[in-house]
Design a protein around this ligand. Structure first.
Ligand code: BTN
Length: 263
C-alpha cells in the first residue's frame, strides 16, 4: 500500500479532494474500505482510495461490479460536507458531470449521462457510480462516492451478461487512455464538484447536466427503489437534479431516486 499526502500550492483555493490518497493493489471494494476507515475514526474529508482490483466490487441495488485487475479505474472518495440532507440531493448527479469532465479532459470525448449518473458512450455504459452514506456519531453522515470506469476492457473481458450493456473507453474511442491521467483528472473534477456543492451555486452545473442527459425527452421506464416499475416521459431536471416526468394520465411528478431504462 502506498500512502501519499498531497499539499497543493499556488492554487486560488486549497484542494479538498485527494489531500489524502491511498493506492491499493487489491481490496474488496474501495467503498467498503472507506466505510471501515470511517468506522475507525480516521477518514479525513476528501480522502480518496484507488485500487488496481476489487475482489467484491459493489454496484447499485446490491449488484456486483466486475473489477478485473488493471482494466478499470476503481476510485472512491469520502466527503464530509456539513450540509442539510436537502443540499446533498444533487451529489449523485453532480458526480456524473464531474466524471464526464474528467473523461473529456483526457480524451476530448464527452460521454452522455443516463439519469441519474450512468455514463454512456455509443449507448454503452462505461462508468457506474455508487453513492452511500455512513453515520458518524454526533455529526452529519459522511458520503462515500465510488466510481468505476471501464478503461481498457475488450468485449471479452466482460461477463456475457454485462457485455450486452457495458463497454470501455478503449473499445468505444479506439484509443488507450492513461489510467494515472484519468485518476488525476477525476480527482481534480471531484474537487471542483465538491467546492460547487459546498457553495450551493449549482446553476452552471445544472445546465451542463441537462445538455449531457440523454434521458430527457424520452419514454422511459422508472425502476423505483421498492421494485415497482412505471412508464413515463422524462421532461426535465429540477434544481435538485431530480427527474421531472409526465405519467400516462398527464400528471407530473419528480423522481428523486431509482433508475431509468430507456426504450
Ligand atoms: C453501478 O453502476 O451500479 C455502480 C457501480 C459502482 C462501482 C464503483 S468501483 C469503485 C467503487 N467501489 C465499489 O465497490 N463500487 C464503486
Amino acid at each position: 500500500m502506498t500512502e501519499l499526502e498531497i499539499y497543493p500550492s499556488g492554487s486560488a483555493r486549497p484542494a479538498l479532494v485527494g489531500r489524502k490518497l491511498l493506492c491499493l493493489e487489491e481490496t474488496d471494494s474501495t467503498n467498503t474500505y472507506l466505510k471501515r476507515l470511517s468506522a475507525s475514526g480516521s477518514a479525513d474529508d476528501g480522502t480518496v482510495v484507488i485500487a488496481s482490483r476489487q475482489t467484491a466490487g459493489r454496484g447499485r441495488r446490491g449488484r456486483s461490479f466486475e473489477s478485473p485487475e488493471g482494466l478499470g479505474l476503481y476510485l472512491s472518495v469520502l466527503l464530509r460536507p456539513m450540509l442539510s440532507p436537502e443540499r446533498l440531493l444533487p451529489v449523485t448527479a453532480l458526480t456524473g458531470t464531474a466524471v464526464c469532465n474528467a473523461i473529456e479532459a483526457v480524451s476530448d470525448f464527452r460521454p452522455n449521462l443516463k439519469w441519474p449518473n450512468d455514463l454512456l458512450l455509443n449507448g454503452k455504459k462505461i462508468c457506474g457510480i455508487l453513492a452511500e452514506t455512513v453515520p458518524i456519531a454526533g455529526e452529519p453522515p459522511a458520503l462515500i462516492i465510488g466510481i468505476g470506469v471501464n478503461v481498457l476492457h475488450r468485449p471479452e473481458d466482460f461477463s456475457p451478461a454485462v457485455r450486452e450493456i457495458a463497454s470501455s473507453l478503449f473499445h468505444e474511442l479506439g484509443q488507450p487512455i492513461s489510467q494515472p491521467a484519468l485518476a488525476a483528472a477525476e480527482i481534480a473534477a471531484l474537487d471542483e464538484m465538491y467546492h460547487v456543492l459546498l457553495s450551493g451555486k449549482l446553476g452552471a452545473w445544472l445546465e451542463t447536466y441537462r445538455r449531457d442527459c440523454i434521458t430527457l425527452g424520452r419514454e422511459v421506464q422508472i425502476l423505483h427503489n421498492n421494485g415497482e416499475r412505471e412508464q413515463v416521459t422524462a421532461l426535465d431536471i429540477d434544481e435538485q437534479f431530480g427527474l421531472i416526468v409526465r405519467r400516462p394520465d398527464g400528471t407530473r411528478t419528480v423522481v428523486r431516486s431509482g433508475e431509468v431504462s430507456i426504450r
